[in-house]
Design a protein. Structure first.
Length: 437
């Protein structure tokens, strides 16, 4: 899309149109009306974005934890154009199919651990989690145990914003947005005792599944306690509870392994995924289930599997995903995630040494965080100010302030190099010092 307007004229025109016609997700509506959109981006190249005024900014969060292979990869545009020219869309309802989705399902089975080899496709992560919740309840129903319907998740977890996904999310702000959430969702602290106590209180015979991110993303990039998931797997097996791994952020290499749970040598019963499967170049998500579950479901389901979205298995999105996964493999990007992830964590440790108000730093692969000192939830956090300072220096990063924390979150594209990591670390350090002064 081209325009004869100058950068400032175009910004003014688009700002007014945006304010008048566009409702932004997870954004401050009143602030938008007063100030207009924070950014109007026009281009992306590698780990950088360019806005309508021509400013170049380092994207240290891969936009929404998802542009894993970086911006501006023409190969994905080319494959999308080719697929659209042949078959842009066809339904996969009523046992219809097409080659891209079949090939993608096969490819994903090669990426996933254990016998997680069968995929139901969605348009994104929220739909993937809603699909998983409906599927586990359907599973227990056809097994003659319909009372097993409750879903347990962890506090500070994020699982999306569809109705079921919102209800599983353990961040209260997402609950209070609406007048009610779905029933049969429960939340536990990230301790084994909390999970055991909840199972005992509710009764294992009423619990369908436990869901967790391998590493909590939007909740503050929180790594699990040592040995946590190994014991959770045992608890789920002991009580006949299905284990769902929400790999929407962690999946396809973000933590330095194909899927996040592989860091803990855990094979869940179900994986939900999205984001990294296409690196954000097309909307696509999915639920991957074990061969055991698949067999039990199709053998015991009478008639249709009554669940599906118009864009389940979208041909163009599937073609883009196949090319994206090919690039990750061909360019050995997961190895770069491990190498640059260590460089990033080393940089964060250096920042901690330089700043007394940095309480904690952590990371796994290219997923990391810096926790800043905050006495209580009533005290104004400094993270948002650090984000504003970093922006002045050409870096986009994110602040997480749920539950009284004050955290800076990072998830740069897999293609980041040592110099770019150093630049990012320097900007963050300078920004923290500027705010403290």
């Amino acid at each position: 899309m081209t325009s004869s307007l100058t950068g400032n004229e175009l910004k003014q025109e688009l700002t007014e149109l945006d304010k008048k016609h566009f409702i932004h997700p997870t954004s401050n509506m009143k602030q938008l009306q007063e100030q207009g959109p924070a950014f109007i981006f026009t281009e992306g190249d590698g780990i950088y974005l360019k806005d309508v005024e021509g400013r170049q900014l380092m994207d240290s969060l891969s936009s929404l934890w998802n542009v894993n292979i970086g911006h501006g990869r023409e190969e994905l545009g080319e494959v999308a154009k080719e697929q659209m020219g042949k078959l842009a869309f066809t339904s996969t309802f009523s046992n219809w199919s097409h080659e891209p989705v079949i090939r993608l399902a096969e490819r994903i089975a090669k990426w996933t651990p254990g016998d997680l080899n069968v995929t139901f496709f969605t348009s994104g992560g929220s739909e993937a989690n809603d699909t998983a919740f409906k599927t586990v309840r359907h599973y227990w129903k056809i097994k003659g145990r319909p009372e097993k319907r409750k879903i347990i998740s962890r506090k500070q977890s994020y699982h999306g914003v569809a109705m079921g996904a919102t209800s599983a999310t353990g961040i209260p702000e997402f609950h209070t947005f609406t007048t009610s959430i779905a029933p049969d969702f429960y939340y536990v602290d990230s301790t084994l005792d909390a999970l055991k106590d909840r199972i005992e209180k509710e009764g294992a015979d009423t619990i369908a599944a436990f869901i967790s991110e391998p590493v909590q993303g939007s909740g503050g990039v929180n790594l699990p306690p040592e040995g946590y998931f190994e014991e959770v797997r045992k608890i789920c097996d002991e009580h006949d509870i299905l284990m769902i791994a929400d790999e929407v952020i962690c999946g396809f290499g973000r933590t330095g392994t194909n899927f996040g749970m592989e860091n803990f040598e855990i094979v869940p019963d179900i994986i939900t995924m999205a984001k990294g499967v296409t690196s954000g170049y097309a909307p696509l998500g999915g639920m991957v289930i074990s061969e055991k579950l698949h067999k039990e479901i199709y053998e015991n389901t009478q008639g249709n599997f009554w669940h599906g979205y118009t864009y389940s298995g979208h041909p163009t999105a599937a073609a883009v995903a196949l090319k994206n996964l090919e690039i990750i493999e061909r360019e050995n990007l997961i190895e770069n995630v491990r190498t640059m992830g260590q460089e990033m964590l080393n940089g964060f440790k250096w920042i901690q040494e330089q700043n007394e108000n940095v309480l904690d730093v952590r990371g796994i692969g290219l997923l990391g965080a810096i926790s800043l000192e905050r006495e209580s939830a009533a005290v104004e956090p400094i993270g948002p100010k650090v984000v504003a300072e970093a922006l002045k220096r050409g870096l986009i990063c994110r602040s997480v302030v749920y539950g009284g924390q004050d955290t800076l979150a990072f998830a740069p594209p897999f293609i980041i190099n040592k110099k770019q990591v150093d630049d990012m670390v320097t900007i963050v350090n300078d920004s923290i010092k500027a705010v403290i002064k």
